[in-house]
Design a binder for this molecule. Structure first.
Ligand code: SAH
Ligand code: CA
Length: 261
């Protein structure tokens, strides 16, 4: 039908054409409002060979609003690195924010039910503990480490273990995914079970430095494989009736999904 066609927009809305405009946004609206501990995480990450992997602060600002609206009790973080997005989650979810007398958990084993950790709210998964330990002192100083259980592992195995007995289905309010792009579809399938209806998951890097709109030839060699994975993932999300979707062109692109059923 005529009105179902994707007509070209009368005006291009692709405003973010220059680095200067991005810098303007960061300097005007983002950095002046960025919480001190988040700045500190960026500081301690600065100079690390993979520092560009951290979640962009402008994307973080929108995620913070989502978290405040959602008020999530239980969350999952896939891909921690030095912890920018993890800390962002920890400071924006409810909780007393007091120092816990319990040490930060570091176990590899997964014991989620019967946890004695009453404040525990975030399951954070990453095989790279060294990177997590770069940001951990900042997380501790911000007095939110008691909300976090860090699991040093590949994420897929952990998600499957959490799903094993069925008890954890529909128990999570929020998830942030920022790990290996080739597994985003696999993570999404698990999260559609773990999230409650109305729960939200956010995927980072879904515009992959703009390469999603480039040809294969134009794409720098090291970005090709993940570009392909992201292209397939974006298509799958757009066709997924289980979620309400918004692809927000903040940072490197974040796709926000709300589970509908
Ligand atoms: N969200 C982080 C950035 C994550 S960078 C921040 O805001 O700073 C991507 C991370 O994914 C890396 O730390 C990497 O170790 C981790 N990763 C890679 N493969 C993974 C996997 N299979 N499961 C979980 N994490 C993985
Ligand atoms: Ca990222």
């Amino acid at each position: 039908m005529e009105n179902q066609k994707n007509h070209p927009l009368p005006l291009s809305k692709g405003l973010l054409r220059t680095e200067d405009l991005y810098t303007y946004i960061l300097e005007t609206s983002v950095y002046p409002r960025e919480a001190e501990p988040l700045k500190e995480i960026r500081d301690v990450t600065f100079g690390h060979p993979q520092a560009r992997m951290s979640t962009a602060p402008d994307a973080g600002q929108l995620i913070a609003i989502l978290l405040k609206l959602l008020n999530p009790k239980k969350t999952i973080e896939i891909g921690v690195y030095t912890g920018y997005s993890l800390l962002l989650t920890a400071v924006n979810i409810p909780g007393d924010g007091q120092v816990s007398n319990l040490p930060t958990l570091y176990e590899n084993e997964i014991e989620l039910s019967n946890s004695t950790h009453k404040d525990l709210q975030i399951i954070a998964i990453d095989p790279d503990r060294e990177a997590y330990e770069i940001g951990l002192p900042v997380i501790q100083k911000a007095r939110v480490d008691h909300k976090i259980k860090f699991i040093e592992s590949e994420a897929l195995a952990v998600l499957d273990t959490i799903l094993e007995n069925g008890e954890n289905e529909g128990q999570f309010d929020y998830a942030y995914v920022d790990a290996d792009k080739g597994n985003y579809r696999n993570y999404h399938e698990r999260l559609m079970k773990l999230l409650k209806v109305g729960g939200v998951c956010v995927y980072d890097n879904t515009l992959w430095a703009g390469t999603v709109a480039m040809s294969e030839e134009q794409t720098p060699e090291p970005m090709k494989a993940e570009r392909k994975a992201i292209l397939e993932f974006n298509k799958a999300l757009a066709a997924d009736p289980r979620v309400q979707l918004s692809q927000a062109p903040l940072g490197d692109g974040i796709s926000i999904c709300r589970r509908i059923y």
